[in-house]
Design a protein around this ligand. Structure first.
Ligand code: ZN
Length: 156
């Protein structure tokens, strides 16, 4: 069957940035499984999956706007280090705010902490190499839960 809205799609992938640097891969793991049309994968890849079938191999280039978004300068913030109280703050640490945004500490300097709330892949052009390994209809349970059950998905 062809991939359409509410198909459960399993695929193996390798993700590189524009310089060929490896960002992520499913190699050695279960194929990644998602529900087509649910916004569970980046928009630019989901669009390319529509109408494909098992065994298809795709090379997909996704611009940042249809990937993890452009870098938002408003999400680069300087905070006085004393706002963190006794908590140790070091470059590379991550914090989550109540709005679920994850902030990375870019730098600690001169009593200030530089935080970046952008997704680590914001502004990055994504190059996916994809092999589709399974396509099936989603079950009513999967549609009501909004995620895939079984291999590559949730086990509960
Ligand atoms: Zn579930």
């Amino acid at each position: 069957m062809q991939i359409k809205k509410n198909s459960v799609v399993s695929f193996h992938y390798t993700l590189n940035d524009g310089d060929g640097k490896l960002l992520d891969t499913s190699a050695g793991k279960d194929a990644f499984a998602y529900i087509q049309g649910g916004g569970m994968i980046v928009a630019g890849l989901e669009e390319e999956m529509e109408g494909r079938k098992v065994g298809d191999n795709l090379q997909v280039k996704v611009e940042a706007a249809k990937g993890y978004g452009e870098v938002d300068p408003g999400l680069l913030q300087r905070v006085p280090a004393d706002k963190f109280g006794d908590q140790k703050v070091e470059e590379g640490m991550q914090f989550q705010t109540p709005d679920h945004r994850v902030w990375s500490v870019m730098e600690v300097k001169d009593g200030e902490v530089v935080l970046n709330g952008n997704h680590p892949l914001a502004g990055v052009i994504l190059h996916f190499s994809v092999e589709i390994t399974d396509v099936r209809e989603a079950t009513p349970d999967e549609l009501s839960h909004g995620h895939v059950h079984g291999a590559g998905g949730h086990h509960h």
